[in-house]
Design a protein around this ligand. Structure first.
Ligand SMILES: [Zn+2]
Length: 508
């Protein structure tokens, strides 16, 4: 007998994008959506169409392109919102409308300032409106875990009668405890008379660090859709981390006896892409996708893994598409070798691109001698960063002199899109500051640097340095990233990346 399946609902582009400090362009959202399709999620929540014209545009763009997964837009229980959501997803091959309203006394009194009967009527009217557009309608009672159970049962029964095909029990504030949450699901199953006409879903937040545990307890209790975000992005402490849920179900198949349609070998790439685009790096000890997730440090563990990997490894890193860190290409590798390795990593490249990539690869191989899969991933993602945003200014050259008895001084050469070249110099409190001051003399964008971070892409002194920065300009936050074997150059690239992004937005 075929195993039952749990529907994987990704909300990285909606709830994840609501994380403080993330603002994605339509192109960036599209790129994430394409990768989610490769990953094989069942539903992509593309945005909250009524929230802004930008969100509507992104939902439409994703609906036009994504074919396999269902594309959903969120809407409040408010008719103009439902109309906007439908406008967003109407051209999708598999559209879904997702309406929500608060159900807890706390939210009803403090947020909606209505009485519970009115809220129930509004919910039903909105589901009916959504159903008039689309067969696939999801309803979420917001703050469901702090909702009076009797009222919740009544609301679920009413919205299912009105046409909801999925009911999503939202632990909006991350308040639930796994055993209690599982019990609530059981209670819903036994107290909502028409519950068999809808799929029960859960949406858990991580305020107490329990979002994945709550989601899994719910699956065990019979839930057949789980919502979450890649890398656990989302409001406040985030949503349930989708890759952790997928791998828990996959690894403990014996316990859950259920499956997903996800291609787990796409997990690593999806996680890196999302981290790259959002600028939210992954903590090293994060389950499944953290840099240390498959690294064995203690002698006893290393000894065990050498004798038999299963001694301390419950997941083969290859299962999640982890790239190998052994030498794959060197200085003497040719175009064909590079192309074939990149296609094994999942990149399809045309001839013109290959020539350019090969140039960057040669530069890297000259400095690093050995080029690993992780270096290649980093090289491809820095290309993407450049390709995706209009380059108004480009860094041509940077030189710094610094030392313990010297005032750090930087000289930069920057060109603009009209091929004009500017050279300037400045001093600073340190070498990076000097470079940024020098760039500021050419590229005049008022900004404050709010975050600066360097990560090594691989181990070793010749490793690529990956610099992530955030700047604030005209009330918005912009992420910039750059990589190079020289961290000063990587820092300069990251700054140019952030400035170009800021200029693209400010000029519009
Ligand atoms: Zn949420």
């Amino acid at each position: 007998m075929a195993q039952e399946k749990v529907i994987i609902f990704d909300t990285t582009l909606r709830d994840g994008e609501q994380s403080a400090g993330i603002g994605l362009t339509t192109n960036e959202k599209l790129e994430i959506a394409r990768q989610l399709e490769r990953l094989g999620v069942d539903v992509i929540e593309a945005g909250f169409a009524a929230s802004s014209p930008g969100d509507l545009e992104a939902v439409k763009a994703i609906s036009a392109e994504i074919k396999k997964p269902i594309v959903a837009s969120l809407a409040r229980c408010y008719i103009p919102d439902v109309d906007a959501a439908w406008e967003g997803v109407r051209d999708a091959k598999n559209p879904r409308l997702h309406v929500f309203i608060s159900s807890s006394d706390n939210h009803i009194m403090n947020l909606l300032r209505k009485n519970p009967e009115e809220v129930l009527e509004t919910a039903v009217a909105s589901v009916e409106k959504a159903k008039s557009y689309c067969d696939d309608v999801e309803f979420s009672p917001m703050d469901a875990t702090r909702t009076d159970p009797e009222y919740l049962f009544k609301m679920l029964e009413a919205v299912i009668n009105a046409g909801a095909t999925t009911v999503n029990i939202a632990d909006t504030v991350g308040y639930a405890i796994p055993s209690e949450f599982a019990q609530r699901i059981e209670d819903i199953k036994s107290n909502v008379p028409n519950i068999d006409k809808a799929i029960i879903s859960v949406h858990c937040h991580n305020d107490l660090g329990l979002s994945v545990a709550n989601s899994l307890a719910a699956v065990k209790a019979g839930v057949r859709q789980v919502e979450g975000c890649i890398n656990g992005l989302g409001e406040r402490a985030g949503n349930a981390s989708l890759e952790e849920i997928i791998m828990a179900i996959n690894t403990r198949d014996d316990f859950f006896n259920i499956s997903t349609d996800v291609d787990t070998t796409q997990i690593y790439r999806t996680s890196r892409l999302v981290s790259d685009i959002t600028g939210f790096t992954i903590q090293p000890n994060k389950a499944i996708v953290g840099a240390n997730a498959f690294r064995h440090a203690s002698g006893i563990h290393q000894d065990g893994v050498i004798k038999d990997t299963t001694t301390y490894e419950i997941i083969d890193p290859k299962t999640v598409g982890w790239p190998s860190n052994s030498l794959v290409l060197g200085k003497l590798s040719g175009r064909a070798g590079l192309k074939s390795r990149l296609s094994e990593l999942g990149y399809s490249i045309d001839k013109d691109d290959l020539n350019e990539i090969f140039e960057s690869f040669k530069e890297l191989a000259d400095r690093k001698r050995e080029v690993t899969d992780q270096d290649l991933e980093s090289l491809m993602s820095s290309r993407r960063r450049i390709a995706d945003i209009p380059v108004i200014y480009k860094l041509e050259h940077v030189q710094v002199s610094t030392g313990d008895h010297e005032v750090p001084t930087a000289t930069v050469k920057v060109s603009n899109s009209q091929d004009e070249v500017f050279t300037d110099a400045a001093t600073g409190t340190g070498p990076v500051d000097a470079v940024y001051q020098a760039i500021n003399r050419v590229v005049r964008v008022d900004n404050t640097l709010t975050e600066y971070r360097v990560d090594a892409v691989t181990e070793g002194i010749d490793s690529l340095g990956d610099v992530t920065i955030r700047i604030e300009s005209h009330g918005d936050t912009f992420v910039g990233r750059g990589s190079d074997t020289d961290i000063i150059v990587a820092s300069a690239k990251a700054y140019m990346n952030a400035l170009n992004r800021a200029m693209a937005v400010i000029e519009n």
